[in-house]
Structure formats: C-alpha cells, structure tokens
Design a protein around this ligand. Structure first.
Ligand SMILES: Nc1ncnc2c1ncn2[C@@H]1O[C@H](COP(=O)(O)OS(=O)(=O)O)[C@@H](OP(=O)(O)O)[C@H]1O
Ligand SMILES: Nc1ncnc2c1ncn2[C@@H]1O[C@H](COP(=O)(O)OP(=O)(O)O)[C@@H](O)[C@H]1O
Length: 199
C-alpha cells in the first residue's frame, strides 16, 4: 500500500491497444535474469538492435545504467535489490503501456521479486528469459573483473559468490549461453515473439 491518500487513477485518452495498433506490433517486457556475466546485457541489446532494424519500438533498461541514475540510492543488500527490482518493474510497466517492447537486464536474483513484477502485468506481457550459464563460465568470462574482486574479498555480497541467485522455476524462455551463440539466442527469442503474435 502506498503512503499517499486521496489519489484517484486518471484514465488515459490513448490506450495501450491504440498504440499497439498504430505501431503494428504488440508490447511486452523481456525480463532477462541471470548471474553477472551470463549474457543479459549482450542478449537484451542484440534483441533490441534486431527489433530496431525491423522498425519496431524497443528500449533496453540495464542494471548498471539504471544504478547510475534512477536507482543511485540503492546498493546490493537484499532489501535494496528488492527495491531496485520493484522500481524497474514499475518502469517496465510504463514502457509496455506506451506500446514498446522493453528488454530489462537485471540480475534480479530473488524469485519472489520477479514474481511480484510478473503480477504487475497482464497475462502474456511479462516474458521471463532465464539466461542460464554455469557460474564457472561466468567467472571465466568475468567481463568486468568483478568475480576476481569478489574472490579477493574486495566486493561483498556478490551474486553467486556470497549472495544467492534463485533460478526461475517456469521461465517462458531459457537460453544456455555457454552452448548457444548470441545469433542463435536472438533467433530463439524471435521465434517466441512470433509464436505469441507479439511481432
Ligand atoms: N555485489 C554485487 N552483486 C552483483 N552485481 C554487482 C555487485 N556489485 C556490483 N555489481 C554490478 O552491478 C550489476 C548488477 O546490478 P543489478 O541491478 O542487475 O542487480 S540486482 O538485480 O539488484 O541484484 C552487475 O552487472 P551485470 O554484471 O551486468 O549483471 C555488476 O556489474
Ligand atoms: N552466447 C552468448 N550470449 C551472451 N553473451 C556471451 C555469449 N557467449 C559469450 N558471451 C560473452 O559473455 C559476456 C556477457 O557479459 P554481459 O552481457 O555484460 O553479461 P551480464 O549482463 O549478464 O552481466 C560478454 O562478454 C559476451 O560477449
């Protein structure tokens, strides 16, 4: 429950359906979740670039970037990660309402937080994409050298090392990035979007 009282929802003159009709495609959130280095940002951006190339309305919300602005007041405690994901869920909902296909790239390690976000959306609008990659491979990639720092004890509460990651139970899409190329993974996501008549 929010803190404010005496607020009344204002119905918009232009609806999500109006925008989808004008755009010629549906809107949804592709919610990429997985360990650091699993490939969330790479895939979110690759999908987004291909949607853009085909003339569709898309946007990427990325953990590292959002934490520089909107969520700069949040750290990596359990409570802060929960608040981080709650806010992004609300932002993603606005994007979906605006008729966009939005790709989010957040570790979002807690199942209950992801389920809370799912509950904000209409059936079918929330597409959980599990970027499944073994910790050993993420650590081998270590694109930002963060695992190395975490192993040396220079970063505390690092996901997969000393902070938990709860894998999705029934994600709409699972991508094994240790086995599949980026191109094939993008193809897999496009097949899903076509099959669901979103694009
Ligand atoms: N302690 C700790 N644990 C995990 N990740 C850390 C941490 N400290 C910094 N980073 C960097 O922050 C990125 C994760 O931010 P997110 O907003 O996606 O995290 S969360 O969803 O709130 O758990 C994450 O980005 P990705 O590597 O792209 O996942 C890291 O670069
Ligand atoms: N099949 C793949 N899918 C996604 N990323 C891959 C794949 N194979 C190798 N990589 C590499 O793994 C790293 C993943 O980093 P990034 O996308 O930033 O992950 P995350 O956003 O999950 O932290 C990149 O350097 C990327 O080039």
């Amino acid at each position: 429950m929010g803190k404010a009282t005496n607020i009344v929802w204002h119905k918009a003159a232009v609806t999500k359906q109006d925008r989808q009709l004008q755009n010629g495609h549906g809107s949804c959130v592709l919610w990429f979740t997985g360990l650091s280095g699993s490939g969330k940002s790479t895939l979110a951006n690759a999908v987004s670039a291909e949607l853009y190339r085909r003339g569709m309305n898309e946007y990427v919300l990325d953990g590292d970037n959002i934490r520089h602005g909107l969520n700069r007041d949040l750290g990596f405690s359990e409570a802060d990660r929960t608040e981080n994901i709650r806010r992004i869920g609300e932002v993603a909902k606005l994007f979906v309402d605006s008729g966009m296909i939005v790709a989010t790239a957040f570790i979002s390690p807690f199942r209950s937080d992801r389920d809370q976000v799912r509950a904000l959306f209409e059936e079918g609008d929330f597409i959980e994409v599990f970027v499944d990659c073994p910790l050993a491979e993420c650590e081998r990639r270590d694109p930002k050298q963060l695992y190395a720092k975490a192993r040396r004890g220079e970063i505390k509460d690092f996901t997969g090392i000393d902070s938990p990651y709860e894998p999705p139970v029934q994600p709409e899409i699972t991508i094994h990035t240790d086995l599949l190329s980026v191109e094939k993974a993008v193809e897999q996501i496009f097949v899903y979007l076509y099959r669901k008549n979103i694009i």
